[in-house]
Design a protein around this ligand. Structure first.
Ligand SMILES: Cc1cc2nc3c(=O)[nH]c(=O)nc-3n(C[C@H](O)[C@H](O)[C@H](O)COP(=O)(O)O)c2cc1C
Length: 227
């Protein structure tokens, strides 16, 4: 079975196992939507353990991530945690200027925090191209998934004017740290990546013109001895 079909099937099956309302919709022009299994929102690994064990990991096995792992990582980064739509990471004035994209061996996706689902933007394995845009960093080529945080400054500028650029970048740091700590808690390895060519990453991620890529976080299963 093709890897992308396998991912879709796995995500749907995992969603079915975790909830009854998993759906997979495709209608003409709208992106294919993939619901994720629900995240664990309580318990888990201790925070101090995650902080003590976090280290940048750049060497990964070739194993994919499970749908439940992707779900947990996405939720930790930008998941909704209150009825009013507030999220795991703080946001200046709750303006939520960040958009989260995911590049796996099966495709390019955009995370929808409100639905806790993924939109499939393009099928295929774009990891090598993303690595090329990230100055040929091997960790990006071999990571099971690279999470890309993009900023839409206008959302925060409307309220905070010139102060917004600072706020948005601080917010990307909050979101990235959530993701890094969640990766540790799932026994995964991750490395934050700041070295990349913005325009190439923006093009590869199909970012709208008002989105700017700020940060990549490559995640995978650590190769033995990686750290
Ligand atoms: C803003 C930022 C950008 C970074 N960019 C890269 C990068 O492009 N490639 C990389 O391998 N590591 C990158 N890192 C990871 C650092 O090299 C790493 O955090 C540092 O060596 C400390 O090691 P530790 O993360 O294991 O504590 C980046 C870290 C930060 C905070």
């Amino acid at each position: 079975m093709c890897p992308h079909i396998l991912l879709v099937v796995l995500l749907v099956l995992a969603g079915c196992a975790g909830s009854n309302d998993a759906t997979l919709e495709a209608d003409g022009g709208t992106p294919l939507r993939i619901d994720l299994p629900p995240p664990e929102t309580t318990g888990g690994f201790g925070l101090a353990d995650a902080l003590s064990n976090r280290r940048s990991v750049r060497d990964f096995t070739d194993q994919s991530l499970e749908p439940a792992e992707l779900s947990q990582l996405l939720w930790a980064t930008q998941g909704v945690t209150s009825e009013g739509g507030k999220r795991t990471a703080p946001s200046a004035g709750a303006t939520y200027p960040l958009e989260l994209y995911l590049v796996t061996d099966s495709g390019l996706h955009r995370y929808d925090p409100d639905q806790h689902g993924l939109e499939l933007l393009a099928e295929g394995d774009f990891r090598a191209e993303l690595a090329a845009a990230a100055l040929d960093q091997e960790s990006v080529a071999t990571a099971a998934a690279t999470f890309a945080i993009a900023a839409v400054y206008a959302r925060t500028q409307e309220r905070y004017g010139d102060r917004a650029e600072r706020y948005v970048k601080l917010e990307a740091g909050h979101a990235a740290q959530n993701l890094l700590l969640q990766a540790v808690a799932l026994d995964l390895g991750a490395v934050p990546i700041g070295a990349f060519r913005d325009s190439e990453v923006a093009q590869l991620l199909q970012l709208p013109s008002d989105h700017e890529p700020l940060y990549l976080i490559a995640v995978g299963r650590p190769a033995t001895g990686a750290g």
